[in-house]
Design a protein around this ligand. Structure first.
Ligand SMILES: Nc1ncnc2c1ncn2[C@@H]1O[C@H](COP(=O)(O)OP(=O)(O)OP(=O)(O)O)[C@@H](O)[C@H]1O
Ligand SMILES: [Mg+2]
Length: 272
């Protein structure tokens, strides 16, 4: 009797578990001088997942993201990202790794006087290198950039200067620019901290849609618990450089999460 189960017979959850992680971190330790700011962190992020990082200011969320793109002083452990060993990059691989990782930032980091379309096109430079600027962008690049602008819902703004857009629209441009890299992974460090609650929800909804529909996993740091509960598949909770919570979002007790922010409270330890 053949006991093989076809992929189609698996539940979506089981298929997700089977997919190889695109981010895989083991015992990651980062220190600035003598001071460890990340201590023994383990995590796996698989295609299709939207994973939220929570924790008080200084708990290590940005440091974790930086360590995944070779920007933090890793002192122990391993971090594999999109097939690269981020702790031990060979010459030339650092640029390749960074071109495979789309990044979205709190302040959008657009070039204000350039058009929305040109801002999105700059995402292609990660893959091609700055030499691409000399001959200008190809029509295939322009079509792809328009496709991504359409994907994020602001194709009609393509010719406007980026500075004329609202914050929520600018963040959508930044997401289209990240997609232009054709990334394997997206890291979003507080992408909605400058947006009002309604726009914040719409930008997180877009990121989650990209994770679910395009299979590009999104690691997102947030400061607003309800947003993390509404828009993530899994929550990782940090406190003073240690990951104390790693659990699927559905059913996660908001009280446990709020204890991440207690000054005096007992550290929680809730791994699932
Ligand atoms: N370049 C650096 N040099 C020295 N210490 C640093 C550096 N970058 C970060 N740190 C320290 O590492 C710790 C973690 O910082 P990190 O920026 O990762 O926190 P965070 O969780 O992202 O905080 P926030 O919510 O405020 O963004 C802090 O104590 C910070 O002071
Ligand atoms: Mg931070």
């Amino acid at each position: 009797m053949n006991a093989t189960i076809s992929a189609a017979a698996l539940t979506p959850e089981a298929q997700l578990l089977q997919a190889l992680p695109l981010i895989s971190v083991r015992n990651l330790t980062v220190a600035y001088g003598d001071q460890p700011v990340l201590d023994g962190v383990d995590l796996d992020v698989r295609p299709g997942e939207m994973v939220a990082l929570l924790g008080a200011s200084g708990s290590g969320k940005s440091t974790l993201m930086k360590s995944l793109t070779g920007f933090a002083p890793i002192t122990a452990g391993t971090a594999r990202v999109a097939g690269y060993d981020a702790t031990n990059l060979r010459r030339g691989d650092l640029r390749k790794l960074r071109s495979d990782v789309g990044q979205v930032f709190q302040q959008f980091n657009l070039i204000p006087r350039l058009s929305v379309l040109t801002n999105v096109l700059t995402g292609a430079l990660h893959n091609a290198g700055p030499g691409n600027l000399l001959g200008g962008f190809s029509s295939a690049h322009r079509r792809l950039a328009m496709h991504y602008l359409d994907r994020v819902g602001i194709a009609h703004k393509a010719k406007e200067p980026a500075r004329s857009l609202s914050g929520g629209q600018q963040q959508r441009v930044a997401i289209a620019r990240a997609l232009m890299q054709q990334p394997r992974v997206i890291l979003a460090d507080e992408p909605v901290a400058s947006l009002d609650p309604k726009l914040a929800g719409s930008v997180l909804g877009l990121l989650r849609e990209i994770a679910t529909e395009d299979g590009i996993p999104v690691l997102v740091s947030l400061h607003v618990l309800p947003l993390a509960l509404d828009y993530s598949d899994r929550i990782l909770g940090f406190r003073q450089g240690r990951m104390l919570i790693s659990a699927p979002t559905p059913g996660l007790d908001a009280h446990k999460l709020s204890s991440l922010y207690d000054d005096e409270g007992e550290p929680v330890d809730h791994h699932v």
